[in-house]
Design a protein around this ligand. Structure first.
Ligand SMILES: *[C@@H]1O[C@H](CO)[C@@H](O)[C@H](O)[C@H]1NC(C)=O
Length: 297
């Protein structure tokens, strides 16, 4: 009898608890919107298929990430490797790794590729662009990394809620160019006018992408030097960027532009380019605001 009562009490407690939890979950919804900010979103993957997962919105707070089923990736510390920030992935897919600061606000992004998914001859990525590809020994993968705020701030102070509300996705684009996330960082020009005359080379304009800028691009270049990071400008301002790698990767996040489409992106292609692209090309366009369809360059 006594055991029966104890069991009953425990069952009631569990039921009450479950009810409490479910009511709490049904009323609580994470909100990561920043309507006041210029960079008011974070979306990935260009696509024309209305049923595809293109222009997919990424969570910009860890609360939202957890609500949307993203999980921590690797060591659960802010400075676990050569990068800064807490890492999250969805469905264990490292094509998009989100980086959050110590307060849980979006701070950057990585693209990760397991070495086992790369050609076994070690030709991709070419050694000439490794870095910015940097090794993640804990996962046996290679990473590209970019930050949306000063990397030195990510694990020290992080952003406040007021800063996140005002700035949204971030204040800049800092591409990590080597293993030291403090000293090996290249800030992308925020204004298109400031990109002209630098190593960033103007490419072509494409709707729902923007005015592309490639790094150290020359029509007579060695295609092994093709830089894996590019920028996108619209209305004269940086509002997106992207990654590329010269191989086929099977994540649904990646775009696979056909060889015939390349002249849409490059005013003048190097002769080696078509042959390189025929080996396979995976790209990812990343949008720092919420309205890629109004990107008319
Ligand atoms: C990274 O660079 C900074 C600035 O040059 C330096 O102070 C720091 O010691 C470096 N970190 C590592 C791990 O080498």
């Amino acid at each position: 009898m006594k055991l029966f009562i104890v069991t009953l009490v425990l069952l009631c407690a569990a039921a009450a608890d479950a009810q409490w939890w479910s009511s709490w979950f049904s009323t609580y919804h994470a909100d990561d919107s920043t309507p006041q900010a210029v960079w008011d979103g974070l979306k990935v993957t260009f696509g024309v298929n209305p049923f595809g997962n293109n222009f997919d919105s990424m969570p910009r707070t860890t609360d939202m990430a957890e609500e949307k089923g993203w999980t921590q990736f690797g060591e659960k510390t802010c400075s676990a490797g050569t990068w800064q920030g807490f890492r999250y992935v969805k469905n264990s897919d490292p094509a998009v790794i989100l980086l959050f600061d110590k307060n849980g606000y979006i701070a950057g992004m990585q693209m990760g590729v397991y070495k086992s998914d790369l050609p076994s001859d070690g030709s991709i990525p070419p050694s000439r662009i490794t870095p910015p590809w940097i090794e993640d020994r804990s996962k046996d993968m290679l990473l590209l990394t970019a930050y949306f705020i000063q990397p030195s701030k990510i694990c020290r102070a992080g952003r406040t809620d007021a800063e996140y509300q005002a700035e949204g996705t971030g204040t800049g684009l800092y591409i990590q160019t080597g293993p030291n996330s403090t000293s090996d960082v290249m800030a992308a020009p925020l204004r298109q006018a400031d990109a002209d005359g630098t190593d960033w080379t103007r490419g072509e304009c494409f709707w729902a992408m923007g005015q592309h800028y490639w790094y150290k691009f020359r029509p007579d270049m060695n295609c092994d030097d093709f830089y894996p990071v590019f920028l996108m400008y619209n209305d004269g301002r940086l509002n997106g960027f992207g990654w590329n790698i010269n191989t086929v990767l099977d994540s649904p996040r990646y775009e696979s532009p056909p060889t015939g489409a390349l002249s849409l992106f490059f005013a003048q292609k190097p002769p080696c380019f078509d042959e390189h692209v025929r080996r396979g090309l995976s790209t990812l366009h990343i949008y720092l605001d919420d309205s890629p369809s109004s990107n008319f360059c």
